[in-house]
Every structure is written in structure tokens, then in C-alpha cells.
Design a protein around this ligand. Structure first.
Ligand code: KG4
Ligand code: ZN
Length: 358
């Protein structure tokens, strides 16, 4: 069984071919550079760029293989949530291939792509506890099975990746901010500034990063002269300290709420063995190290996708498509791309697979 996966929901145009043995048979990815000057992704530019590059990415994906379109069994596309112009490009490409080849189309929830990515390279069995942290989402979930999720907590404002990006922007570190903040934080003093931990005392698994971001802004403003912040005036070691304190506090908030989630998970799902992290922020080594310790302390096995499969990519969409396909969850061709699509809501499946028509 070979599934072609297409990703175009944000600023990566990507495609991959994956088989049941978890072999990546082909892969191509383009990270759009056009957004850097704006300090964030511009939806209209992203959509046009996906349209310009998708054919070439598909060609590249097949180029180093001896496979042709005739060899694939199904076509999966990231079908939401995401920037709708880009999502439409990927979904329409997948539907066109599905019609031309007479092979099933599979609408993959982008978040399910992240959620299942750790199963490609690690022995991760259902149910598992998942921290999903990306530029647009920050959730704690139990992954009960393919298509079956229990959401334990979510951010009530900014996603943690978004907070990394906004802090980076305030400090003049460019976009995407996460890797730049992590790099500087490695040389900083994480105890220099005490930053707020919103919602940390609440008796649930919800998170909030907006206040933390504002507190960083207030520190940055102390360097302003005449109301203007000149990033060049912030000494490098101060930049590093701010990054370290932000990263430490954001990670601490995640770990504390995860600790609460672990207690619930172990009680309700005693067979569950894994703590998994995924999404772009899961590439952060500092966070991975803290989560490893949290898992060890709680007799769970920590698993994370290799760093290149944490940020958006085609492999995770092909893999999620394959996991859905082998359960019989294909989609109708009238499936409408979804700008919003919570993981714990009903997913689109073909009527024959016991699901609902989207
Ligand atoms: O999953 P992803 O590629 O796209 C979304 O679906 O949102 O995640 C991108 C996010 C960005 O906010 C980026 O700054 C963050 O992941 N990110 C990181 C790191 N690498 C990427 N955040 C913290 N540390 C990193 N090393
Ligand atoms: Zn993503």
C-alpha cells in the first residue's frame, strides 16, 4: 500500500510517498521564503506560492523513485485547519489526481498529521498522551486511535509557537522565531527575569500565553529610547537572557499542565504507555529534554518525531492518510476544505466506512 500525501496548509508546500512498512519512498518540500520580510505568513502570498510550486513539488517527490502515479493506492491532502487559500490548492490537486487515477481521496486533518507523526519512527501504541504544539495550536490530547481523540486542554489565547514567533519579532530575531529564540536561549540565564505563568493554578489542563508575551514586551520596552525600540541597542547577553526566561517559563507551563493530564491519563487509560510531543515547537530540544524527564518521572515512555517531521511536511500527511486508508476512512470528492477543524470533532469518512459525509 502506497499513499501520496500533500501538505499546503501554511507556508510549506510538500509531498511524500509512504508505504505500510513506514518507508518514505519519495519526498519533496519547499519552505516559502517570501514571508520573512513581513515577520509572519501572508495568506494571499502563501496561496499563490502553493499554486506556483505544487506541480514541481509532486514531480520532485517522484523524481528519485522508480514509481509513477499508477503505483499509488490513494491520495491524501491536508484539508484543514489552516490558511484556506493554501488548503484549497492541496485539496484540489489531490481531488484532480483522485479523479484522473480513479483512486481514493483522503481528507486529512492537518492536526491528525502531527498527532500520528510519532508513530512513523517510534513504537507508539494507542492510547497515548499527546502534547501538540505548533504555530497555530497548543493542545493536550489523548490519542485513543486513528480519528478518536479526547481533548484534555487547549490554549485559551495564543498558541505556544505563535508566542515564540511574537517574542522573536519583538527582539528583532526574524521569522520563524522558534529556532532563533531557542538558539539564543542556550546562552542565556533563565533565572534573570521572573515571568508570569497565566492559568497555572487553574484546576484544568488549559493554557494561556498571551500574558507571558506581554510581560516580555514590557521588558523589551525598557530598552526603548524616545518610545522607539532599536533592537541593535539591546545587548546580546540581555537578548539571550530574555529568550532563556521566556523559553523556561513557557516550557514550565506546558510541563505543569501535562503533569495534571498524566494523572488523568494514567487513571482513565491504564494501558497507555507513551507521552508524545509533536508539531513545530516539538523541534525545540530544551522542551524535548524537559518532557523526557517528565515521562521518566511518571513511568511513561517519551516519544517525539525526528525534528524534520515536527514542522509541517508531506510525510506526516501521507502517513496519516495511510493510517486512515487501512481503516477504510476515505473521503467523498465533495469534501469542503475546512479553515477550522478541531481534532475531537467528527471527521469526514466515506459513508461505507461508518462515518458521515462531510
Ligand atoms: O507545525 P508547524 O510547522 O506549523 C503549524 O502547523 O503551525 O509549526 C511552526 C511553529 C512556528 O511557530 C515556529 O516558530 C515553531 O513552530 N518552531 C519552534 C521551533 N522550531 C519551530 N518553536 C520553538 N523552538 C523551535 N526550535
Ligand atoms: Zn503544522
Amino acid at each position: 500500500m502506497i499513499v501520496l500525501g500533500i501538505e499546503s496548509s501554511c507556508d510549506e508546500t510538500a509531498a511524500a510517498l509512504v508505504n505500510e512498512k513506514k518507508e518514505i519512498l519519495g519526498e519533496a518540500l519547499l519552505s516559502q521564503e517570501e514571508h520573512k520580510v513581513f515577520g509572519g505568513v501572508v495568506p494571499e502570498i502563501a496561496a499563490r506560492s502553493h499554486l506556483d510550486h505544487i506541480d514541481n513539488i509532486l514531480e520532485q517527490c517522484f523524481a528519485k523513485t522508480n514509481l509513477s502515479l499508477a503505483d499509488i493506492d490513494a491520495i491524501a491532502a491536508s484539508s484543514g485547519p489552516g490558511l484556506i487559500g493554501g488548503v484549497v490548492v492541496g485539496v484540489m490537486t489531490a481531488k484532480a489526481l483522485s479523479i484522473a487515477l480513479n483512486k481514493p481521496f483522503i481528507a486529512v486533518n492537518h492536526l491528525e498529521g502531527h498527532a500520528l507523526a510519532a508513530r512513523i519512527s517510534n513504537e507508539v501504541t494507542f492510547p497515548y498522551l499527546l502534547l501538540l504544539v505548533s504555530g497555530g495550536h497548543c493542545q493536550i490530547l489523548v490519542v485513543k486511535d486513528v480519528d478518536k481523540y479526547e481533548r484534555l486542554g487547549t490554549t485559551i489565547d495564543d498558541a505556544v509557537g505563535e508566542a515564540f514567533d511574537k517574542v522573536a519579532k519583538m527582539l528583532g530575531l526574524g521569522y520563524p522565531g522558534g529556532p532563533a529564540v531557542e538558539k539564543l536561549a542556550a546562552t542565556g540565564d533563565e533565572n534573570r527575569f521572573t515571568l508570569p505563568r497565566p492559568l497555572i493554578g487553574s484546576q484544568d489542563c488549559n493554557l494561556s500565553f498571551s500574558g507571558l508575551k506581554t510581560a516580555v514586551r514590557k521588558i523589551v520596552e525598557t530598552y526603548a529610547s524616545d518610545g522607539e525600540i532599536a533592537h541593535a541597542d539591546i545587548p546580546k547577553h540581555d537578548l539571550a537572557d530574555i529568550c532563556a526566561c521566556f523559553q523556561y517559563t513557557a516550557t514550565d507551563c506546558l510541563c505543569r499542565k501535562l503533569k495534571r493530564a498524566i494523572t488523568y491519563f494514567k487513571e482513565k487509560y491504564p494501558k497507555g504507555k507513551n507521552l508524545v510531543v509533536s508539531g513545530g515547537v516539538a523541534s525545540n530540544t530544551y522542551l524535548r529534554t524537559k518532557l523526557q524527564k517528565l515521562a521518566d518521572d511518571n513511568d511513561l515512555v517519551f516519544a517525539a518525531p525526528p525534528i524534520r517531521f515536527c514542522t509541517d511536511n508531506g510525510v506526516m500527511i501521507a502517513w496519516a492518510g495511510l493510517e486512515r486508508f487501512r481503516k477504510g476512512y476515505t473521503s467523498e470528492l465533495d469534501f469542503k476544505p475546512r479553515p477550522r477543524w478541531p481534532l475531537d470533532s467528527e471527521a469526514p469518512k466515506a459513508a461505507g466506512a461508518g462515518g458521515v459525509k462531510a
